[in-house]
Write a protein that binds this ligand. Structure first.
Ligand code: CMP
Length: 138
């Protein structure tokens, strides 16, 4: 099934000049970039994006990290895009990420983990319109 998913190149990876490298990984796997932009979230905006994690102990740190610098956000499209993007990213904790995955290559730790990808159709349905109106998705 052709799906759309939301991915973020997080502030740590943008600082490392890895925006292109991350997008290359997705494109090389056959995913299509359907939307793309950069922005610098406020802590409040990052908190709304990650609202499902608001009760977690790492929530405040996460919103502060995600607002420390610019991010690149993209919509990726393709067959089984949600699961495939998660596989290409690797495990949340880079210590557990398979060799060659984006997190194995670029993540620093479980929080500063380089990249985000929607974890389900439900979250993609919240996350894509959080950043992109339909007119900006191609
Ligand atoms: P992401 O896939 O964007 O989804 C939620 C984010 O919270 C996750 O990547 C990490 O950046 C962060 N995160 C998840 N678990 C932890 C944890 N145990 N400690 C700190 N940060 C975490």
């Amino acid at each position: 099934m052709v799906q759309r998913t939301l991915s973020i190149v997080k502030p740590d990876a943008v600082k490392k000049n890895a925006v292109g490298a991350v997008i290359r990984c997705f494109e090389d796997a056959g995913l299509r970039v359907a939307a793309l932009k950069m922005l610098h979230l406020s802590a409040e905006e990052a908190g709304r994006f990650y609202v499902v994690h608001r009760e977690r102990p790492f929530y405040k740190d996460l919103t502060s990290f995600m607002s420390e610098g610019p991010i690149a956000v993209l919509v990726l499209e393709g067959p089984d895009a949600i699961a495939r993007v998660r596989k290409i990213m690797g495990a949340t904790n880079p210590r557990d990420a398979a060799p060659g995955t984006i997190r194995a290559l670029y993540a620093e730790n479980i929080e500063r983990n380089a990249v985000h990808g929607s974890d389900s159709e439900g979250s993609a349905g919240y996350e894509i319109p959080f950043f992109f109106p339909e007119i900006e998705i191609h």
